[in-house]
Design a protein around this ligand. Structure first.
Ligand code: HPA
Length: 235
């Protein structure tokens, strides 16, 4: 059992992990979708669990909100705990009018206003992208489950409450939705040889201002979790 400043390991962590932002959603997923569950972390209430889904060991842990937070956890999961497949299961705000609440988006690429990639001192811009294998398997699995996901770019912003709402500008270049974590997740996976994908459910639409409630966000994401778990067992 290993320890980091953020994860005080009390049980095995599987090679494949689901990563919701909200630790209580991690608990919800563990309790409702996995069997033989053991808790592996409670530091800062970032609850992490490992259980079994259709004979495969799968872990699930909260990441907190934003690129810095998921940057810490994904770095440690990959480099200290040997996690290979990281599937974010989160929410996003659609920035295209035609995308409806509860639609599912597979984040093929992740644009950002974050400076997370600056650490790599590249003489240009990198394109943070999902693992093709994970994306491909998730897309095929969605078809099996009769889910029609959008696939494309998202905008991983550091700013939820913006002084000026600029995220809609990204829609002019085909970006589908705003969320806050995929860039650091993808960059860590790219840098440290792991596979990452963000599967997102639309919780609000920044054009039409439709939104779901927190209670719905906690419980109404069954389709997304099924998609993530059915993808995970193909890995
Ligand atoms: N912006 C950023 N992240 C989000 C949003 C949003 O509108 N909705 C859900 N996650």
């Amino acid at each position: 059992m290993k320890n980091t400043p953020h994860i005080n390991q009390t049980a095995e962590i599987a090679e494949t992990i689901l990563l919701p932002g909200d630790p209580l959603r991690a608990k919800f997923i563990a309790e409702n979708f996995l069997s033989d569950v053991e808790q592996f972390n409670a530091v800062r209430n970032i609850l992490g669990f490992t259980g079994t889904y259709k004979n495969k060991k799968i872990s699930v842990m909260g990441t907190g909100m934003g690129n810095p937070s998921i940057g810490i956890y994904s770095y440690e999961l990959i480099n200290i705990f040997g996690v290979k497949n990281l599937i974010r299961v989160g929410s996003c705000g659609a920035i295209k009018k035609e995308i409806n609440l509860y639609d599912i988006i597979l984040a093929q690429g992740s644009c950002s206003d974050s400076r997370y990639a600056d650490q790599f001192k590249l003489l240009g811009n990198i394109s943070p992208i999902a693992s093709f294998d994970l994306l491909h398997k998730a897309y095929l699995t969605a078809q099996e489950l009769n889910i029609k996901p959008y696939v494309g770019n998202v905008f991983a912003t550091d700013i939820f409450y913006a002084d000026m709402e600029e995220s809609l500008k990204w829609a002019e270049l085909g970006v589908l939705a705003a969320e806050m974590e995929s860039t650091a997740l993808y960059l860590n996976a790219m840098r440290y040889n792991a596979n990452a994908l963000a599967i997102l459910t639309v919780s609000d639409n920044l054009v039409t201002h439709e939104e779901t409630t927190a209670q719905e966000r906690q419980t109404a994401f069954t389709n997304m979790i099924n998609l993530a778990l059915e993808t995970a067992i193909k890995l």
